[in-house]
Design a protein around this ligand. Structure first.
Ligand code: NAP
Length: 304
């Protein structure tokens, strides 16, 4: 069984930054990632609020962060953590590929895109439904799509799709967006139509999506709209199950509870990034990753 000082769960901005700081403290660490390095930030069409870059695509920024992290930590991709147990003050990890023993853990396991739960949502993924405009947007150039959601992600997806020549409409279940003001102004400037008080009721199609049935909660009217694609951006669900199975405290929305040192209720277990809720921003995730790694280092030194 391989032994580490720190195992970091998740290779998004928080996990990769924690890896940089763990390495710089001279600790043996690994970042274990279920998918590929970068996390959800890879799907951000453009990032305008990460200090040092006026504008940078999410994938490009995360590639740079990962390249830097690789100098200090191992990054293990396509490896899913199945179980973690506490044994004699250390943590035993079973993954889909290996077993590890570590003195300390940092959960940076982020969030997964929330599903709407409408019939056909699962079946049409890859055949018209997408959660990532940067990944799939070009497939819809010159075609008609709707973006569902009213937050920053939905606004950014709509703007990106419009930029690359997709005919896009935004559908939001209420009469106002929760997206930041500058995004709302940009949507207006670009003339992107917003269907207010509207929900997705039904998806129709054969091999691919052909139309959607929309319901307006104000007028109580339904309308059918011909579309080739649906981009869904209705928020996120925290990936906190493995942490919670270990006994880590989560709140009523399933986010991991941490103090200002990024410490959880279990000694030696820290957390950072979107999994902790709060201000869901790249720069915050990176900052929390640094705090978590430094405090994990302090914990290891104290308990040696
Ligand atoms: P979000 O801010 O939680 O917004 C989710 C949106 O989806 C809300 O407008 C919500 O409607 C709607 N919604 C939720 N469930 C729905 C359902 N079942 N059917 C229809 N609509 C539904 O999620 P997000 O936009 O993915 O952003 C997640 C976090 O990342 C946020 O903290 C956000 O600030 C951050 N983020 C930041 C940036 C940036 O800084 N540029 C970019 C992307 C994301 P209601 O408004 O009615 O609740």
């Amino acid at each position: 069984m391989e032994e580490y000082d720190i195992i970091i769960v998740g290779a998004g901005p928080a996990g990769l930054t924690a890896g940089i700081y763990a390495g710089r403290e001279g600790l043996k660490s690994a970042v274990i990632e279920k998918n590929l390095r970068g996390g959800n930030a890879n799907t951000a069409p453009v990032i305008l609020n990460y200090p040092g870059y006026k504008s940078i695509p999410g994938m490009e920024l995360l590639k740079k962060i990962a390249e830097q992290a690789e100098k200090y930590t191992e990054i293990k991709e396509n490896e899913e953590i199945k179980k973690i147990e506490k044994i004699d003050g250390k943590f035993k990890i079973e993954s889909s590929k290996n077993e590890y023993l570590t003195k300390s853990l940092i959960f940076c396991s982020g969030t997964t895109y929330r599903k709407i739960g409408v019939a056909g949502e699962e079946e049409y993924v890859g055949r018209g439904i997408s959660y990532c405009s940067i990944c799939d947007g070009m497939l819809f150039k010159g075609r008609d799509v709707v973006v569902v959601g009213g937050g920053n992600s939905a606004a950014e997806h709509a703007l990106h799709l419009n930029d690359i020549g997709v005919n896009v409409k935004l559908i939001h279940r209420r009469g106002e967006l929760r997206a930041q003001k500058y995004l709302q102004e940009k949507l207006k400037e670009e003339g992107i139509p917003i269907l207010w008080n509207t929900t997705l009721k039904e998806i129709k199609g054969n091999m691919f999506i052909e139309s959607v049935v929309l319901y307006n909660s104000k007028t109580k009217q339904e309308q059918e709209l011909k579309v080739n694609g649906i981009f869904i951006a209705v928020g996120e669900v925290p990936n906190s199950q493995i942490a919670n199975d270990l006994g880590v405290e989560i709140d009523d929305l399933n986010y991991i509870v941490a103090d200002r040192d990024q410490k959880t209720n279990i000694p030696g277990v820290y957390t950072a990034g979107d999994i902790t809720g709060g201000v869901n921003q790249l720069v915050v995730a990176c900052g929390e990753g640094a705090v978590a790694a430094v405090n994990a280092y302090n914990y290891i030194k104290r308990t040696e």
